[in-house]
Design a protein around this ligand. Structure first.
Ligand SMILES: [Zn+2]
Length: 135
């Protein structure tokens, strides 16, 4: 997955604002390159889980279609644990085509950002290619 440094900063800013709760969002773009970041509401309001409001999610999916982008994946934060999918994340990984980006705030000054594919309960790490300039 390719993402600009600017988007990464925006995402880290978002998840820090939502601390101590988990924050979540949707990534869209083309060819596995993120071109748009949607900050979503975590309706769970929880430090160890997230759930997106279905109506908000539908609106975003519609916007992605209208822009002719693809749904790339979902990001969420782990306020107190490492950047690795929890059991719940694996159980709730409904999109085999999605990249799951996890931002750990365990080290507040140096948030850890990792990306994974979760298919049939199996976790596979994917490289996050942070670029200074987007095509
Ligand atoms: Zn998680």
């Amino acid at each position: 997955m390719q993402i600009s440094e600017l988007f990464l900063h925006q995402i880290i800013h978002h998840v820090k604002i939502e601390y101590p709760n988990e924050a979540c969002g949707i990534l869209a773009g083309t060819d596995n390159a993120v071109l748009k970041v949607y900050q979503m509401t975590n309706v769970n309001n929880s430090p160890d889980s997230y759930f997106m409001a279905p109506t908000e999610q539908l609106r975003v999916m519609k916007d992605i279609r209208q822009l002719n982008y693809e749904f790339i994946g979902i990001y969420h934060s782990h306020p107190n644990t490492g950047a690795y999918p929890s059991k719940r994340d694996v159980d709730m990984a409904y999109y085999p085509e999605a990249v799951y980006v996890i931002i750990s705030l365990k080290d507040w000054e140096k948030p850890d950002v990792k990306a994974f594919r979760i298919i049939d309960g199996k976790i596979k790490e994917e490289r996050v290619n942070a670029v200074t300039k987007q095509k």
